[in-house]
Design a protein around this ligand. Structure first.
Ligand code: FEO
Length: 400
């Protein structure tokens, strides 16, 4: 049975929710599930904006059929050709053979790579700022390459001032009946997942996101309809500000994240003592994570939030503790920049973790590594408290 949400008189959410999938992209845990959004406009012509992931195929087709009510589907706008939004495109063109596919030139080869249907005969290929009239509504298409794939575009409904923003402004988390962001406590219940979604999925492409934000700033926007998560019709600027911060790699808060990689608990002990010393110096909301027991996507997200990062790692196989090494290379891959970093290393012999962590971090842009690296030999000694105090002082000072 269909589950459609009305957005406007002639605009409907026809997507689906998935609370079964464990790993989005087979990589990111989504304990709160995920929504795949698609929208139907019932103007003189009917328009479907994107499709959905294969997992919610049945929900989606029942929704589309219910909204169309027997009318033909005239257009399918493909804003993003990634399978979480295009897995059902082949089935759409099979069920609605008259539908024309509206996309840009970069989308065509990707459709051909994923599908065997004849796209050339049914494609309407649009360029930057080209428009399509559907009757009452005029749609404008704007390219948004690398937000998050090269073919991404966004669609602006000039009539109702609605931006169909593709992956931008999306979030992990299945919607629970409430479609609009103003119907939930987004900052309390959704922001962490929105940040984790943005930083892990699109975080690498900050300059591309900045370009899109610049284009969007020239538009009057009354509503943002992303491909994942709630629709925005209030307080849009608050969310745009978050995107400005994240995409420019500026920290969201003056805050410290301490990540430790500890084999027998001695590095962990040093990390905990450092956290207490930071708290003694007035640092609030310190976040401490065990790199072995925390998914990297959480720490990537926290690294985008926090101004100061501390990496405390055991030496392992003559290198960095493996899960810490993975995290650091992941941070580099996500283009993290502009952070102040402190290092703590441990080893029973041949202590190398600090030096090797420093090498990875120096490969990132504009990272300020504090001089006071603390070296633990097997376990922390009373005589080293002064070193930890000096490190805590340096971190606290850098946050002023
Ligand atoms: Fe939600 Fe880039 O796909």
């Amino acid at each position: 049975m269909y589950c459609v949400k009305k957005i406007k008189e002639d605009l409907f959410w026809v997507g689906g929710t998935d609370r079964r999938l464990a790993l989005f992209e087979n990589a990111y845990p989504i304990p709160r599930g995920i929504s795949y959004n698609a929208y139907v406009l019932t103007d003189e012509k009917t328009v479907l904006f994107d499709t959905v992931d294969r997992a919610v195929t049945d929900q989606f087709f029942e929704n589309v059929e219910a909204v169309l009510g027997g009318r033909p589907l005239d257009y399918v706008v493909v804003n993003h050709m990634e399978p979480d939004h295009c897995a059902t495109l082949g089935e759409i063109v099979r069920r609605y053979p008259e539908a024309q596919v509206v996309c840009n030139a970069k989308t065509i080869p990707i459709i051909k790579q994923f599908y065997n249907f004849d796209i050339d005969s049914r494609a309407i290929v649009v360029k930057e700022k080209e428009t399509l009239s559907t009757g009452k509504h005029t749609l404008t298409f704007m390219m948004a390459p690398m937000v998050h794939w090269p073919e991404v575009m966004v669609t602006y409904d000039m009539t109702d001032k609605i931006l169909f923003s593709a992956d931008a402004f999306g979030t992990f988390g299945a919607m629970n009946g409430n479609l609009f962001a103003d119907e939930v406590n987004f900052e309390r219940d959704w922001l962490d997942d929105a940040r984790r979604y943005y930083t892990n999925i699109v975080g690498k492409y900050g300059p591309s996101v900045q370009t899109l934000l610049k284009k969007a700033s020239a538009l009057e926007i009354s509503m943002v309809c992303p491909l994942h998560g709630p629709v925005w019709r209030e307080n849009i600027e608050w969310y745009v500000d978050k995107y400005k911060t994240w995409s420019s790699y500026q920290p969201e808060e003056k805050a410290v994240m301490i990540v430790y990689g500890s084999i027998y608990g001695n590095t962990e002990n040093a990390a905990n003592i450092l956290a207490c010393k930071l708290a003694d110096r007035g640092v609030k909301n310190i976040a401490v994570y065990d790199v072995s027991g925390t998914h990297p996507s959480t720490m990537i997200s926290e690294a985008f939030r926090c101004s100061n990062l501390v990496f405390a790692s055991a030496t392992y196989n003559g290198g960095i503790f493996s899960s810490m090494e993975h995290l650091l290379t992941d941070m580099k891959a996500h283009n993290l920049q502009n952070r102040t970093v402190a290092l703590l290393e441990n080893g029973s012999w041949g202590v190398l973790a600090g030096k090797l962590m420093k090498e990875i971090i120096l490969g990132m842009k504009n990272m300020n590594i504090l001089e006071q690296t603390v070296t633990v030999k097997s376990s922390l000694k009373e005589s080293q408290m002064a070193e930890l105090d000096a490190l805590a002082d340096a971190i606290a000072e850098s946050m002023k």
